[in-house]
Design a protein around this ligand. Structure first.
Ligand code: AHR
Length: 730
């Protein structure tokens, strides 16, 4: 019933060294309040600044872009001074005159009256006994003000402190303090005497213990989580935040370099403000420190097409193109060239040679994209032929020169399993693929074992086809539990802890066990019929229940949904039968993904058509005007998925086997080479599809390694719902 026959002697392709990478986007406070180690919230008092080109609605707490996209503008961003409170008689207010520099639109003016102001950080400031913290502020005062900074507990215990005499115009005041205690919920307190009036232009607090000890650095524990995945590259900075939903909210690299107190903030389309402290320079620095390649995603001259797009005019497209050119020059040109000199002034004379890939746009498509992609690709490739350029749509189908296409999938686990062979039939001479964002989302928001199994099944197909699919990255990476806009996310954290979801473990198992080449493996498996259900929905919204639809339809109404589960947006799950441009087709929409179910069938619709659709549990028939147009049985879902590679150095075969079923399976393993019977096997499983990790039980789903001896019969037992990686000596 179940067997796997490995043919080491038949090499399918080399392993792609770049297959597993990271995609970082500042979503769910992944940047400020997350990976970026700044401990103060709203350090530059920018929270609440409304993007200039949007209108604020204080009643509904929303902003509306010039093209009509409405987005939430909440989190007390607009009404209070987020992160800060005044206590014991101190009074504070935001002022917009006399700020630190032109990019600082606000400063915080404080009358201390013998009291204090406090910053709560991102859900409390975590401090550790014996660890040191770097504090600095830009402040000014008309009087001689004694300002004391301290890290303190909620009950006023002081862990460390330092006093400054603030006098005259803006100056930088700094100190390093060592905490005398552990406290995950500390505060930064600034106290002053009666009569002291101080204007703060910018205030910052960092642990000295950042990744590689960098001053404007990253949270070490979170970086270690990333590095354990052995990534080959980092895609940054987004995602939709690159696109924005208005001209002002689109990403520009220039706002993200230079001294952090001079950087403009950026309203992220995920509904919070970033300081841009984690900017282009820091991303590149991280890539270099982590010894991985960098992939920069640039805005291509439009805002997000799913959010009332604004297609920029030629002048603005050109401005964004120049922004991309300058970003690349910033990374790569020598220190004596214009943009290289700016990099050198920011402390880095040598070029960042880790920059290898440029993605032109994010999730952009269609004619508007083609037009912009063509212009960007031509100019950028001419200037930087050594870089690899990635498009976000199959631009080669429009006759444009395309090197690599970024495909995204957000669906349910079954969709992933059903599409495990998606790339088997790809044109070997065609473009390369980068699977830049994917995750089991539907039914898996908490990050479940089943989600990881679906993704693992899909990845076995990708590994088999890594001559074509050269790169992948799961998305999104991070979630701060206090600010959630997208789930699931690979790494979940609060201000001092983190845990990972089962997909993380699966990816780590895959990335740690690469080998050098993919060899043939033939799998025999039982499979399960799919169980579809749902209603019919007509173009005008009419719902028809049951499993048969028949009626007369106008030519332009030939757009009928079936097996419609009544869900929309990212939860959508339905099949669309459409006739457009004399082509009839059926597409399955699942989450943010889709698959063509039936081959296109030519059909020239009449003015009026009699249509009959019948659905079974995994099959459907579509008749038009008495003639069969589509008759289809959905392919069943295999129980067993697998892929094998050969590790030359260790003389091993690596088999990745996924048992997608809820039962144990006995697999007969055979190979064209004699294999050592002693096998190391790493297994990821748990009781039940919905098993997940939490802060309380962070290891509820985590892999274990067993040493097993393969019997002469070659029968291997796989746990129900399991990802298994076997290393076998040849
Ligand atoms: O990963 C979350 C979002 O999903 C990304 O910003 C976007 O590219 C995709 O739609």
């Amino acid at each position: 019933m179940y067997s796997i026959n490995i043919t080491v002697g038949e090499k399918l392709t080399d392993v792609s060294k770049s297959l597993y990478g990271l995609f970082f986007e500042d979503i769910n406070r992944a940047g400020d309040g997350g990976l970026y180690a700044e401990l103060l919230r709203n350090r530059a008092f920018d929270d609440g600044i409304i993007p200039e080109d949007c209108k604020y609605d204080p009643i509904n707490k929303t902003i509306t872009s010039p093209t009509g996209w409405v987005s939430s503008f909440d989190s007390c961003e607009a009404e209070s001074i987020s992160g800060w409170t005044a206590k014991n008689g101190a009074e504070m207010r935001l002022i917009s005159n006399g700020t630190l520099n032109e990019n600082r639109k606000r400063a915080l003016s404080v009358e201390f009256n013998g009291g204090e102001i406090q910053n709560e950080g991102f859900g409390g400031i975590p401090v550790e006994k014996g660890k040191s913290y770097r504090f600095y502020m830009f402040a000014k005062s008309d009087v001689k003000a004694k300002v004391t900074v301290c890290l303190s507990g909620l009950n006023k215990e002081i862990y460390c402190s330092h006093s400054f005499c603030v006098e005259g115009g803006y100056k930088r005041y700094e100190c390093e303090m060592v905490s005398a205690a552990d406290d995950n919920n500390a505060r930064l307190t600034l106290t002053g005497n009666t009569g002291d009036r101080v204007v703060f232009g910018f205030v910052s607090l960092f642990p000295t213990d950042t990744f590689m000890g960098r001053e404007n650095g990253l949270r070490n524990d979170l970086v270690q989580r990333l590095l354990r995945l052995r990534p080959a590259f980092l895609r940054f900075p987004g995602g939709c935040i690159v696109e924005g939903f208005s001209k002002q909210t689109a990403f520009r690299f220039k706002d993200t370099i230079g001294p952090v107190w001079e950087r403009k903030p950026h309203w992220l389309l995920w509904s919070y403000m970033t300081t841009n402290g984690l900017g282009f320079h820091e991303y590149l620095q991280f890539c270099e420190d982590a010894k991985i390649d960098a992939m920069y995603v640039c805005n291509c001259g439009m805002t997000c097409q799913g959010r009332c797009p604004d297609y920029f005019d030629d002048k603005l497209i050109n401005e964004f193109l120049e922004d991309a050119v300058q970003a690349i020059l910033y990374a790569l040109s020598p220190a004596d060239a214009e943009w290289g000199a700016k990099r050198a002034a920011n402390g880095r004379p040598e070029p960042f040679s880790c920059l290898k890939y440029i993605e032109i746009g994010n999730e952009n498509w269609g004619g508007e994209y083609d037009k912009r992609y063509g212009v960007f690709y031509k100019r950028l490739k001419e200037l930087f032929p050594q870089l690899i350029f990635i498009s976000t749509d199959h631009t080669e189908r429009s006759g444009l020169k395309t090197e690599c296409v970024d495909e995204h999938f957000y669906s349910d686990p079954i969709f992933f399993a059903a599409n495990a062979n998606r790339y088997d039939s790809f044109d070997r001479n065609g473009v390369d693929i980068y699977c830049g964002e994917y995750a089991s989302t539907i039914g898996c928001k908490a990050g479940t074992l089943y989600g990881a199994l679906g993704e693992a099944a899909f990845l076995t197909g990708i590994e088999r086809n890594q001559d074509k699919v050269k790169m992948t990255s799961y998305a999104p990476l991070f979630k701060n539990v206090d600010c959630v806009s997208w789930e699931p996310d690979l790494i979940v954290f609060d201000n001092h802890r983190s845990y990972v979801i089962p997909s993380y473990h699966m990816l780590k198992m895959f990335a740690e066990n690469r080998g050098d080449s993919v060899c043939r493996c033939d799998i025999v498996t039982d499979s399960e019929r799919r169980k579809e259900s749902g209603c019919f929905r007509l173009k005008d919204g009419t719902v028809i229940n049951g499993n048969k639809l028949s009626g007369e339809f106008e030519k332009d109404a030939l757009h009928i949904r079936f097996w419609d589960k009544g869900t929309d947006g990212e939860e959508q799950d339905h099949y669309d039968f459409t006739v457009e441009n004399n082509i009839s087709r059926v597409i399955h929409y699942n989450g943010w993904s889709s698959e063509i179910i039936c081959d296109d069938t030519p059909f020239g619709p009449k003015e009026l058509n009699s249509v009959e659709i019948t659905t079974g549990c995994d099959s459907f028939d579509i008749y038009i005007n008495g003639k069969e147009l589509h008759s289809c049985t959905l392919s069943p879902i295999p129980h067993l998925f697998g892929v094998c590679t050969v590790d030359n150095e260790n003389g091993e075969v690596i088999a990745k086997l996924i048992n997608f079923s809820e039962d144990k399976v006995q697999v007969k393993l055979s190979c064209d080479r004699a294999l050592d019977k002693d096998i190391n096997m790493t297994v990821l499983t748990a009781p039940g599809k919905n098993a997940k990790n939490t802060f309380e039980k962070p290891n509820a789903v985590c892999p274990y390694t067993v040493h097993t001896v393969l019997p002469d019969s070659g029968m291997l037992e796989l746990e129900p719902l399991s990802v298994n990686v076997l290393r076998m000596k040849i």
